[in-house]
Design a protein around this ligand. Structure first.
Ligand SMILES: Cc1cc2nc3c(=O)[nH]c(=O)nc-3n(C[C@H](O)[C@H](O)[C@H](O)COP(=O)(O)OP(=O)(O)OC[C@H]3O[C@@H](n4cnc5c(N)ncnc54)[C@H](O)[C@@H]3O)c2cc1C
Length: 330
């Protein structure tokens, strides 16, 4: 029998019989049956909000009619697969106004050869492609979830997202992911997120704050290019009112006309942020990570990391040098 270790990567072809169903599919977490049972389900787009120049928040609500006894269960930190037809452009749906500016800003380049992983389910016709996305919020009763999507120039699914509008029905399946939250499992959890990599860490931390019996202390270190690129800014401010949540935002490329950058604080920035908003006009450095983690070494703690490859490597290197091996990379 094929062991899980030998299984190939997900080929991104949106197969009904997906390799992920064997690798990282999560078992149901409660007694009520879940709408998401590892087959594609219809979800209608009910809102689209522009968060930054290239990141949009989409809300999707279950569009099935025969599952009134089922609930929508998506554990924090897990992801779903969205699939779309390879021929989605043939539908010639008009581009919604909300995406016009992004589309104008992109340099349109022909798609060259994009390497594909060998198709897992060869019995399935190659009609679809799929990509994973991480819900930031789930409304169990309303059977809806929200995702933050950073549109990539030349990206196939990014193009598909720009053909969506309120009312369009999409196909999602899940639930996937290797991380499981355990209530009060650690005294402290420190999350390092970068850009849209905030999603799994945000959903886990918001879940802890919603759970009155969970007393885990949470520390979020979030990295962005500039102030306009900060996602979930007002949500983080609201979370900051909880006794067990603290955060800092680091801006690596915020332009600055004063000399504050040298002093790791900046007058131009302070005029644009709220009183006591913990936003710093410099890149996250090893010393910042040390300062947070060294205070926690005497209690149990866990580290979560989500960002691009170089960010993940940098944070992983720092925590490893501090002798910490209890960390999870999304
Ligand atoms: C577990 C997991 C969870 C995720 N959660 C989220 C999430 O919540 N939100 C989110 O926004 N993303 C998330 N992602 C990333 C997401 O799945 C997609 O990878 C992302 O949206 C890009 O997909 P795409 O189809 O638009 O780009 P692809 O078509 O896959 O292209 C990938 C990259 O290659 C570039 N490219 C494509 N064609 C060319 C070409 N001809 N020449 C040069 N470069 C080219 C594109 O610009 C893009 O940057 C997650 C990824 C994982 C693994």
């Amino acid at each position: 029998m094929e062991s899980d270790i030998d299984l190939p990567e997900c080929c991104g072809s949106g197969c009904t019989n997906c390799v992920l169903d064997r690798k990282t599919a999560k078992p149901p977490t409660s007694d009520a049956p879940n709408i998401l049972d590892n087959s594609y389900r219809a979800f209608q787009c009910t809102s689209i909000i522009k968060c930054t120049a290239n990141t949009f928040q989409f809300r999707f609500r279950y569009a099935g009619t025969h599952d009134s006894d089922k609930q929508l269960s998506i554990p924090p930190g897990s992801h779903l697969m969205l699939r779309a037809e390879r021929g989605f452009r043939d539908a010639r749906r008009p581009v919604a106004k909300i995406f016009e500016q992004w589309r104008r800003g992109i340099e349109v380049r022909p798609r060259g050869h994009v390497p594909r992983v060998e198709k897992y389910d060869k019995a399935e016709r190659d009609l679809y492609f799929s990509r994973p996305y991480t819900p930031i919020r789930v409304d169990r009763e309303g059977k809806a979830f929200e995702v933050l999507v950073k549109l990539e120039t030349g990206g196939e699914m990014s193009e598909y997202f720009t053909t969506l509008d309120v009312g369009v029905v999409t196909e999602w399946k899940g639930v996937y992911g290797g991380f499981s939250w355990v209530r009060n499992g650690w005294k402290n959890v420190v999350g390092f997120g970068q850009g849209v990599g905030l999603a799994p860490i945000y959903s886990i931390m918001a879940g802890v704050l919603d759970d009155e019996e969970d007393e885990t202390r949470l520390h979020l270190l979030y990295c962005c290019r500039d102030l306009d690129g900060v996602l979930m800014r007002s949500d983080m401010q609201a979370m900051g009112k909880y006794w067990n949540f603290g955060y800092s935002i680091y801006l690596s490329r915020e332009s600055c006309s004063c000399e504050g950058k040298l002093a790791r604080s900046c007058k131009c920035l302070s005029s644009r942020i709220k009183y006591n908003e913990p936003i710093f006009n410099h890149r996250l450095e090893e010393v910042d990570i040390e300062n947070v983690l060294k205070k926690l070494v005497n209690g149990s703690f866990h580290v979560l990391i989500c960002g691009n490859e170089s960010f993940t490597k940098f944070v992983e290197g720092c925590v490893t040098r501090l002798g910490i091996s209890d960390y999870y990379k999304f």
